[in-house]
Ligand binder design. Structure first.
Ligand code: BMA
Length: 379
């Protein structure tokens, strides 16, 4: 009798899991075939491992710029990253053809296509200028910016023009068969911080949510873009699930949950980064499971990676047994004159953490591009 009951219960549980899986769909009910596949595959892939990503990987590295085929990640680990982050900031500026870090949008499109054709995943961030103009950039926190671009605001028409440019860019991303390349769009990121004009010190919850929903509506309905997966992203500063969800625009407007967090100090002496990241990933993982959505560590890193074992020690401990779909580290700018510092987050050949990075890349759980290709994420 007991065995029968056990079998019946197990059967129901399996059915429930399959039922949730079968329902897994992007929030855009008109999402393209490849976008739906990517979404389902990201959720499925979380069970066995996570993709490794790098911002601006193909454009430049610590010691080079725009050299066909080059990638600091590949030169250090033997393979390209599986996730490619690109930055749209600057696209909103009239007549501008390169982003705020000097990457020409034309080249960015080619890099996006290369990464996608090799089976990688594309994610886009947008450090848009302040709508108040006058040279104010994303880091201007004058109150009222968000309200000014929301419907009814003085800068709403201008915001629509910005979105027209974003839409033209995203709409122009095409694979070799003419299909739209799916993108994980992560606008208005780190909103729980206090450094951008869309952050919590500069706008109300309602204003933030309205901005998100309008942006979604405009790109999905007006611009008919159906190759976008929407990534909700906070800073690494929340302590409860409620805090993480404070500005959440709704289950019907978000595909993927994520946050950003960076290492500072000495990871051999202080464990706060590992412990806090692990604790926060656990909270977000539970929320993601309840909602049936994938989750990620969308941005992280340790500037200039001065700790030789950061990858297999610190980062892996921070991720722990949390089943994220990807982790991405920030860009390899190299020497930054303004700060007189080296600004990079992935190792390059000869860098102090290179050997450890190779060990990290070789782990079964960690997927670089070849493994992403084998997953056939778009089918
Ligand atoms: C920051 C730094 C800046 C850069 C910005 C947008 O974290 O890397 O130098 O302009 O991201 O990419």
């Amino acid at each position: 009798m007991k065995t029968v009951r056990l079998l019946v219960t197990t059967g129901f549980c399996l059915l429930a899991v399959y039922a949730v899986r079968a329902q897994v769909k992007p929030v855009d009910s008109s999402a393209t075939k490849e976008t739906i596949s990517l979404y389902k595959n990201l959720l499925k892939l979380q069970e066995k491992g996570f993709l490794f990503g790098h911002q601006d990987d193909l454009a430049y590295g610590v010691e080079w710029k725009y050299k066909e085929g080059r990638s600091d990640v590949k030169e250090a680990a033997g393979d390209y990253p599986a996730v490619y982050g690109w930055e749209l900031g600057g696209i909103e500026r009239p007549g501008n053809d390169q982003n705020i870090d000097g990457v020409p949008f034309k080249k960015m499109k080619q890099f996006i296509r290369q990464g996608y054709e090799r089976g990688g995943v594309i994610t886009l961030s947008w450090h848009a200028d302040s709508p108040f103009g006058a040279g104010k950039n994303a880091w201007d926190t004058t109150h009222g910016s968000v309200a000014s671009i929301n419907p009814g605001g003085a800068n709403h028409a201008m915001y629509k023009e910005w979105l027209d440019k974003v839409a033209a860019f995203i709409g122009s991303l095409k694979g070799s068969k003419g299909e739209a390349i799916p993108v994980l769009f992560r606008p208005f990121h780190e909103h729980s911080g206090n450094w951008f004009w869309w952050c919590r010190n500069a706008c109300t919850v309602f204003e933030y949510q309205t901005l998100w929903r309008f942006t979604y509506y405009y790109l999905q309905t007006e611009k008919k873009l159906h190759n976008i997966l929407w990534v909700y992203n906070t800073g690494g500063d929340f302590n409860t699930k409620e805090e993480f969800l404070e500005r959440y625009p709704g289950d019907d407007k978000v595909d993927l949950l994520s946050f950003d967090t960076y290492q500072y100090g000495d990871p051999e002496k202080e464990k706060w980064f590992e412990e806090n990241t692990n604790r926060r990933l656990k909270m977000v993982g539970e929320l993601a499971a309840e909602k049936g959505k994938p989750f990620a560590l969308a941005e992280t890193g340790y500037e200039a990676v001065p700790y030789a074992a950061w990858w297999t020690q610190t980062l892996l401990n921070a991720i722990g047994d949390n089943k994220i779909c990807y982790v991405m580290v920030w860009r390899n700018h190299g020497y930054q004159a303004e700060t007189k510092k080296m600004h990079y987050y992935a190792p390059y050949k000869g860098q102090v953490s290179e050997a450890d990075f190779r060990k990290f890349a070789a782990l079964e759980r960690v997927m670089f591009e070849k493994e992403a290709f084998n997953e056939q994420l778009y089918q």
